[in-house]
Design a protein around this ligand. Sequence first.
Ligand code: ASP
Length: 322
Amino acid sequence: MTNNRRQFLQLGFLSALSTPFWSAVPRKRKRSTKPLVIATWNNAKACEAAFASLQSGGKALDAVEQGAMVPEADPNDRSVGYGGRPDREGRVTLDSCVMDHRGNCGSVVFLEEIKHAVQVARKVMEETPHVILAGEGAQQFAVEQGFERENLLTEASRKDWQNWLKTSDYKPVINIENHDTIGILAQDTDGDLSGACTTSGAAYKMRGRVGDSPIIGAGLYVDNQVGAAVGTGLGEALLRTVGSYLVVEFMRQGDHPQRACRKAINRVMEHHPDTYLDFQIGLIATDISGRTGAYSIQPGFTYAVMTEDGVETFSAPSALED
Ligand code: ASP
């Protein structure tokens, strides 16, 4: 054995002796079996739909699907599904994903003319050997599964887009052009976690652009042994940092969901030192013991939590206010 190797092994042995095992291995938290739903922005109605599903015996996956379908069908929600703001060519394109307690996931990206992208994402997970279907292929699959094609561009969104064309200045407006995109997490009465994320993406994006929302690890991540996280805001920044996975990894290391979200937001800001003042990212999380947390870069990010005590909307703490 070389001297260096001997020294290395000795050091390893000594440091193992000096590291108490309780600080190296985070304590596993007790799993809650109280139903819980948490969603980005003011998605209280979505929380109620998801919670009703849990109360009637639905699994967490059923709940997040039901919840996500609420803003998808709402023409006044301008960041999701029907009524969502279009890309710069005036076409509404949707991104969505789901992930369940077994680590199964499904996703659709760049999907057109199908209102409930979250349901198609679930079908991808359950009915295909794949995780992601894109564009025309995703639409073809949706139609084969019985979904109807429909025009998702409402008059209000068409008018906004025509106004935008006057300048064609692509600079997503913080807390406005991504407001209401839904990321939703649920814990069911078995204590199992699932999540969903669904969006029409950044308003006036380039044709073909896909954000973080349908990308497992970036927009959403669920680990049934640890917790779940979901994000909203400028997708490119969460893609670069695999933000939702990062939150779950911080929770795995023992962080409270609140601290995990804050640390992940700090990481996003470190990655974007020159630009983070110009965009928003909001993250929400829950761990298996039913603790929740949220954090954002800019003030103005809200989230809704529903338990047996009812639904409540909170303002998330933010890096720029702290
Ligand atoms: N994250 C989404 C995207 O970049 C937008 C949003 O959350 O509002 O596509």
